[in-house]
Design a protein around this ligand. Structure first.
Ligand SMILES: *Cc1c(COP(=O)(O)O)cnc(C)c1O
Length: 382
């Protein structure tokens, strides 16, 4: 039995890039001061944090003062939604989001609903796109916050973020976007897109796990979510994760520098794989939008195949892939995203997500094209 190693689960997490790790190392071993301390040695750590802030801001078209470091995407989403709702609660208590958000958003909204906020979750079309007419129709006088992800982690569909931003700005409604899957992979301009709040996470674009950021547009006095010391200009307490923050900055700069070339390279890998699978596997279908999708994302359904069995077989051949999202792995309920685009439970169960990024190669695609079709045929014959 041929045993390969193909990592095709970059939507779950990515490898820390060599350049990123190299940038971080000094902040573990020699520049280990606490950025809040007054002496020059600690100032070097503080400089590392501020340099990273400028690098992250640069990747978003933001000003450095609009970037606040967090422990990751989940904290950034929690902060944006819970503090954003609190900030605007005197004006109204209605919040709009979509049915296909990550659980960091959906469960934060559930917590807000328990506190008395009213949450409308809009459906999406069969390609996973939010319809702007649906959003316009749902907006009310007491709507204070709209949250729509930039790109979906399961099916890769990229939302009309600029159009949503314009609708919200015209009505002075806060607009938050969970851009965790997009940052480092797609061009983003928070000013042109009228984004008020944006969540990002390092480990989805070759920085370490456990670090992220929230962009907060200047003038929005977002209350803190974590209380304590005066770090992050009094808005996010806790000693800064200096090495991880430095890594986040390095990864943001690296991604911005190589954007177009990398996105085109990764999308070409994905498209070759898709074409090969559609040609070799009868009854395979692509989930998510055919063109408006993340460069590295492929989500497929295979009729008559159980996703978990397919994943186990792939794993036995050294292939890391996902059904649904990593966060729902092991759960027996079909993915809320696949259900929202209209898949029946059985088709949703037979779906596979393959996601590529910076380390993915032509050889990965060759291996997948060699192994996947016969494995599916074998499962269907059972
Ligand atoms: C991974 C992910 C998150 C959570 O980010 P963490 O840094 O892992 O907490 C949130 N939203 C989306 C869309 C994600 O893909």
């Amino acid at each position: 039995m041929k045993k390969a190693f193909v990592y095709a689960d970059n939507a779950a997490t990515t490898r820390v890039a060599d350049e990123v790790l190299a940038a971080m190392v000094p902040y573990f071993s020699s520049l280990y001061g606490n950025p809040s301390a007054a002496y020059g040695f600690a100032g070097l750590a503080a400089e590392g944090v501020e340099h990273a802030r400028a690098q992250v801001a640069g990747a978003l078209g933001a000003a450095p003062g609009e970037v606040f470091f967090t422990s990751g995407g989940t904290e950034a989403d929690n902060w944006a939604l819970k503090s954003g709702a609190r900030l605007r609660s005197a004006r109204g208590r209605h919040i709009i989001s979509t049915a296909i958000e990550h659980h960091a958003v959906l469960h934060s909204l559930e917590a807000l609903a328990e506190e008395g906020f009213e949450v409308t979750l809009l459906p999406v079309d069969p390609d996973g796109l939010l319809r702007l007419e649906d959003l316009e129709r749902a907006l009310r006088d007491d709507t204070i916050l709209v949250s729509c992800m930039f790109a979906n982690n399961e099916i890769g569909t990229v939302q009309p973020v600029a159009e949503i931003g314009a609708l919200c700005r015209a009505r002075d409604i806060l607009f938050h976007t969970d851009a965790v899957q997009a940052v480092g992979h797609l061009p983003i301009d928070v000013v042109a897109m009228n984004i008020d709040l944006l969540a990002l996470s390092g480990h989805k674009f070759h920085a370490p796990k456990g670090v992220g950021a929230l962009y907060v547009r200047r003038g929005i006095d977002l209350p803190p979510f974590v209380d304590g010391g005066k770090q992050e200009r009094g808005r996010r307490a806790g000693t800064e994760a200096v090495p991880a923050i430095v890594g986040l900055g390095a990864a943001a700069e690296l991604a911005t520098a190589h954007f177009e070339r990398e996105a085109a390279r990764v999308a070409a890998l994905r498209d070759r794989l898709l074409k090969g699978i559609l040609a070799q596997v009868p009854g395979a279908r692509l989930n998510g939008h055919p063109t408006r999708r993340l460069p590295g994302n492929l989500n497929l359904s295979f009729s008559g195949v159980e996703g978990p069995s397919l994943l186990a077989l792939l794993d036995s051949r050294g292939i890391c892939a996902a059904a649904g999202s990593a966060c729902t792995a092991g759960a027996s309920a079909p993915s809320h995203v696949l259900t929202a685009i209209g898949l029946d439970a059985q088709t949703a169960q037979g779906s596979l997500r393959l996601s590529f990024a910076g380390d993915s190669t032509e050889e990965d695609v060759d291996t997948l094209l060699e192994l996947l079709p016969p494995l599916i045929a074998r499962l269907r014959a059972l």
